[in-house]
Write a protein that binds this ligand. Structure first.
Ligand SMILES: *[C@@H]1O[C@H](CO)[C@@H](O)[C@H](O)[C@H]1NC(C)=O
Length: 799
C-alpha cells in the first residue's frame, strides 16, 4: 500500500535542502545524494523477483522549441537520476514515470515538483517489495533540470540507453500547489492510455477540455510532455496539481501547504496506473492500438467517462439530426404559418446576437476604463468582485435588450409563442457551435451536445405545458429539472476555468489588460448560461426589478473598484496572493565594432509580471517610480536587457534603478575565438563562454546579413518572437567552457557591422546571487509581493 506519511517524509527532506536551481550544489549534490541514499534503502528491502538498476546520467545537448515564441536551448552536464525496476531476466518494454527535483530560483518547489518525486520514490518502494514480478520494466526518472525549460527530459529521451525501451510515459507536474492532480493532456492519439488511466486510477480526474485549452497555447507554461512527444515520439499522460496557481513558483510553494490527502490520492493513482501499464499487453504492442483520440471528462470529480472521439462525432451528429428534425417539422408547417415562424425565428436570432454583442461591448468598456484608471486586477484577491462588476453588467445588458425587443418590437405577439421562439433560437445557436466544434475535430464538442440533448428532451416532455399552461409552477419545476444536468455541468466547468485562469492573469505580462480578458470570459459564460432562460424574459410580466437590482449591484461595485476599495494582492498566510516581481541587479557593458567600451552602467532591473506594473509598489518604495522606466536599447537584441526567459513580448514595461557595479566571483567571460570566411561565402564566428550555471545568449543580425547556420539546436537558427535570437544555456555542477559558432551570410555590399551579440550571466545561488543593494531593496518590498532577486552581468559586442 502507498504510504503518504513516508512520501511526506521524503518531501520534507527534499524541500529542507532549499531552492534547487540547476547547477547549484543543493540540486546537483545534496538532492542527488539524498535521492540515491533513499533508492539504495529501497533496493535493499526489495523483493528478489525484481531487479533494480540505478544510473546517474549527466547529458549534454541542444534543441530548439517553439514554446514562448521560439528559442534554442543548450545544456551541459545536467543531472538525471534514473531507476529501472524490471523482472529478473530483463524486459523488452518499459513505462516511464517522470518528475523533476529542481526548482525555480527562490522557491522551495514543494508542489513543483518535489512532491511528485516523493510520490515516485514511495511508489518505487511499494512496487519493489511486491512478491510478483511485472511483465515490463518501469523506469523512474528523477530529472534535475525541468525549470530550465525542459532540458533534462531532452537529455534523457535523446541520449539515455534505456530510452529506447519506453513505450509510454506518465509525467507528474504542477501548475499550482496541492489539491488534486488533473490529467490535462494525453496522447498524441493512443486511446488505450486514457482507457488504462480510467480503469486503473483509484480517483481518476481528467478533462479533455483542459487538454484542448492547454494545447491551444494560451497558457504560458509547458511540461516535459512536449519533449517526450516531440523528441521521443512517445505517447503519455500529463498530470498536474492545478489548485492555487497564485503561489506556483513562489516562496509559498512549501511542503506544509500540501495536504496529506493530496499525496495519498496522487500516490494511489500513480501506483495503480503504473502497475496496470507494467502488466498490460497493450504496452508491448502499443503501435497496434495507436490510432484515434478520446473524449474524456470527469463528472464532478467523481468518475471519468471516456469514449473514442469517432463515437463522439457520431453521437454529436445524431444530436444535430434531432435538432434538424425538430426545427424542420416547424418549418414544414402549412405555408402561412411557416412564413410567420421563420421570420420570427430569424428576428429572434438577430436579437439574441445583438444582445450578446452589446453585452460584450459593455463589459469591455467597463474593463478598459478600470484598466486606464489603474484599478485592474481588483478581483485577483476577491473573486466575487468580478462577478458583481462584469457578471451583473453582462446579465443586465442581455435582459435589457430583450426587454426592449419585447416592449417595442413584439408588441402584439403572445408571450408563450415568443418563449418558444427563443428556446428554439438557443437550441439553434448551440447546434451551430456543436457542428463547428465537431467539424474542427475538437473533443470538447460533447459539452454542446449535452446542452442540446437535455433541453430538447425536456421540451418533448413539456410539449403540452409549453403550449397551454405558460409559465405555470409545474412547468417551471420540470423545466428546471430538465436543465439541471447541463447547467450543473457547465457551472462545474466554468468554476474550473476560473480557478485556472484567474491566477494566470497575475503573470500574463504588462501588455494585455487582465480585466478585459476576465470580463470577456465572464461575458461568454453568461451568454451560455443565459441561453435557455432568455425565454423567461418573454414569459415574465416585468423585468424592471431584476434590472434595477443588477444595475445597482454593478454600479456600487464599480464605484468601490474605482475608489480602490479592493486591493488585488494579499499576504494572508492562509491564502497568499502575492504580486510577482523579478529584481536583477545588473552591470551592463556595451562594446563597439573595435572592441572599445562605449557604455557601461549598473542598476537593478525590475520586472512586474502583471498589468499593474509598479503602481502599487511606488507608494511603498518611492524610488521605484516612472522616472526610472527602462528604455529599450533599439540597436541591441531584446532591448539590451538580461532576459532570463524569452518573455520580452509579454513584459514590455520595466524599471531600471541605478545601482553600483556587481562583482560576482564566478564572473562570465565571453570571447571570440575565431572569425573565418567559409567556402560558401559566409562568415563563421566561433565563441567561447564560461561563467555561472545559467547564461543567455542573444543575437541580432544587422541589415544585409542573415544567420544561416549555427552549432546549436539542429543546426538551423530559430528566431524568437520579435526577430532576435535567444539561446538558453545552463550547466550542471561543473562544465568545460561553452564553445559554439554562428554563421552569418552577408549580402553583396558588405555592411560594416554584421551582428550584435550579447551574453547575460545569471547568478542564481550562493554568495554570488546577492548584493548589499539588492538585499536592501528586497527588504523594502511589502509582504504582499514576492520579489525574486539575483545578480546578473550583461556584455554586448558587435562584429
Ligand atoms: C523617483 O525616483 C527617483 C529615482 O529613483 C528619485 O530620485 C525620486 O526622488 C523619485 N520621485 C519621488 C517623487 O519620489
Amino acid at each position: 500500500e502507498f504510504d503518504a506519511r513516508q512520501a511526506r517524509n521524503y518531501l520534507e527532506h527534499i524541500t529542507s535542502i532549499g531552492p534547487r536551481t540547476t547547477g547549484s550544489p543543493e540540486n546537483e549534490v545534496l538532492t542527488v545524494r539524498y535521492l540515491l541514499e533513499q533508492i539504495k534503502l529501497i533496493e535493499d528491502q526489495s523483493n528478489s523477483v525484481h531487479e533494480i538498476a540505478v544510473d546517474v546520467q549527466r547529458p549534454t545537448g541542444s534543441f530548439s522549441i517553439d514554446f514562448l515564441g521560439g528559442f534554442t536551448s543548450y545544456y551541459d552536464n545536467i543531472t538525471n537520476v534514473v531507476v529501472k525496476l524490471e523482472p529478473r531476466g530483463g524486459a523488452q518494454h518499459a513505462v516511464l514515470a517522470n518528475c523533476h527535483f529542481d526548482s525555480v530560483a527562490n522557491s522551495p518547489g514543494a508542489s513543483d515538483d518535489a512532491v511528485s518525486c516523493s510520490v515516485m520514490l514511495e511508489v518505487l518502494r511499494v512496487l519493489s517489495t511486491s512478491s510478483e514480478a511485472f511483465h515490463h520494466a518501469i523506469i523512474f526518472l528523477f530529472n534535475g533540470a525541468e525549470e530550465n525549460i525542459l532540458q533534462a527530459s531532452h537529455g534523457f529521451i535523446t541520449q539515455h540507453p534505456w530510452a529506447s525501451l519506453i513505450r509510454a510515459f506518465i509525467n507528474l507536474e504542477a501548475a499550482g500547489v496541492g489539491g488534486k492532480e488533473l490529467v490535462f493532456q494525453t496522447g498524441p492519439e493512443n486511446p488505450w492510455l486514457v482507457q488504462a488511466y480510467v480503469s486503473a486510477a483509484k480517483h481518476p480526474f481528467a478533462s479533455v477540455v483542459a487538454q484542448e485549452v492547454f494545447q491551444s497555447g494560451i497558457i504560458p507554461s509547458d511540461t516535459d510532455f512536449r519533449i517526450y512527444r516531440d523528441f521521443g515520439n512517445i505517447p503519455g499522460i500529463d498530470l498536474a496539481f492545478i489548485e492555487n496557481g497564485y503561489i506556483y513558483h513562489t516562496k509559498y510553494d512549501t511542503a506544509d501547504r500540501i495536504p496529506i490527502d493530496s499525496i495519498q490520492r496522487a500516490g494511489d493513482n500513480i501506483l495503480a496506473v503504473l502497475k496496470y501499464l507494467a502488466t498490460s499487453d497493450m504496452l508491448a504492442s502499443s503501435s497496434k492500438y495507436k490510432h484515434g483520440n478520446m473524449v474524456f471528462f470527469d463528472v464532478f470529480g467523481l468518475f471519468v467517462i471516456a469514449y473514442p472521439s469517432r463515437v463522439g462525432s457520431i453521437i454529436n451528429y445524431m444530436v444535430v439530426m434531432l435538432v434538424v428534425l425538430y426545427l424542420g417539422r416547424k418549418l414544414l408547417q402549412p405555408k402561412h404559418k411557416t412564413a410567420h415562424y421563420m421570420k420570427d425565428f430569424f428576428c429572434g436570432l438577430g436579437i439574441t446576437l445583438i444582445s450578446w454583442f452589446t453585452s460584450l461591448v459593455t463589459v469591455l468598456i467597463i474593463a478598459v476604463f478600470i484598466s486606464l484608471i489603474g484599478q485592474s486586477l481588483s478581483w485577483y484577491n476577491h473573486f466575487y468582485v468580478s462577478v458583481c462588476l462584469y457578471g451583473t453588467a453582462a446579465v443586465a445588458k442581455i435582459i435589457f435588450i430583450h426587454t426592449l425587443a419585447k416592449r417595442f418590437y413584439y408588441v402584439n405577439t403572445s408571450d408563450r409563442y415568443l418563449g418558444e421562439i427563443f428556446f428554439d433560437v438557443s437550441l439553434f445557436v448551440h447546434c451551430v457551435s456543436l457542428v463547428t466544434l465537431t467539424y474542427q475535430g475538437l473533443c470538447m464538442a460533447f459539452i454542446s451536445a449535452v446542452w442540446i440533448a437535455f433541453p430538447l428532451l425536456t421540451k418533448f416532455f413539456l410539449h403540452k405545458d409549453f403550449k397551454y399552461h405558460g409559465a405555470g409552477g409545474k412547468f417551471l419545476v420540470f423545466y428546471l429539472l430538465g436543465m439541471f444536468v447541463p447547467y450543473l455541468y457547465a457551472l462545474y466547468l466554468i468554476w474550473a476555468v476560473f480557478e485556472m485562469f484567474t491566477p494566470i492573469l497575475g503573470r500574463s505580462g504588462t501588455q494585455i489588460p487582465p480585466d478585459a480578458v476576465l470580463a470577456s470570459i465572464l461575458a461568454g459564460c453568461i451568454m451560455i448560461l443565459s441561453s435557455y432562460f432568455i425565454n423567461f424574459i418573454y414569459l415574465a410580466k416585468s423585468t424592471k426589478r431584476t434590472l434595477v437590482a443588477l444595475t445597482s449591484v454593478c454600479g456600487i461595485t464599480f464605484l468601490l473598484v474605482c475608489s480602490g476599495a479592493f486591493f488585488p494582492y494579499s499576504s494572508d498566510p492562509a491564502s497568499p496572493k502575492p504580486k510577482r516581481v523579478f529584481l536583477q541587479h545588473t552591470t551592463r557593458t556595451f562594446h563597439d565594432l573595435d572592441g572599445n567600451v562605449v557604455k557601461r552602467d549598473s542598476g537593478i532591473w525590475i520586472n512586474g509580471f502583471d498589468y499593474t506594473g509598479m503602481s502599487h509598489i511606488t507608494p511603498h518604495i518611492p524610488e521605484i517610480n516612472e522616472t526610472i522606466r527602462a528604455h529599450c536599447e533599439e540597436t541591441a537584441p531584446l532591448c539590451g536587457f538580461p532576459w532570463y526567459l524569452p518573455v520580452h513580448f509579454l513584459i514590455k514595461k520595466n524599471w531600471y534603478l541605478p545601482a553600483s557595479e556587481v562583482s560576482p566571483r564566478d564572473r562570465a567571460h565571453f570571447r571570440l575565438i575565431s572569425k573565418e570566411q567559409t567556402p560558401w561565402d559566409s562568415v563563421r564566428l566561433t565563441f567561447e563562454a564560461t561563467g555561472p550555471s545559467h547564461m543567455s545568449f542573444y543575437v541580432r543580425t544587422h541589415k544585409g546579413s542573415t544567420l544561416s547556420r549555427w552549432s546549436l539546436g539542429n543546426g538551423t537558427p530559430v528566431t524568437s518572437k520579435g526577430g532576435d535570437y535567444f539561446v538558453f544555456y545552463s550547466h550542471g555542477l561543473q562544465a568545460s567552457a561553452w564553445q559554439f559558432w554562428i554563421e552569418v551570410q552577408v549580402s553583396e555590399e558588405q555592411p560594416e557591422e554584421m551582428v550584435t551579440v550579447a551574453l547575460a550571466a545569471h547568478h542564481f545561488f550562493g554568495e554570488d546571487k546577492r548584493s548589499p543593494q539588492l538585499d536592501a531593496l528586497k527588504e523594502k518590498f511589502p509582504d504582499w509581493t514576492f520579489p525574486s532577486a539575483w545578480v546578473c552581468t550583461y556584455d554586448l559586442f558587435v562584429f
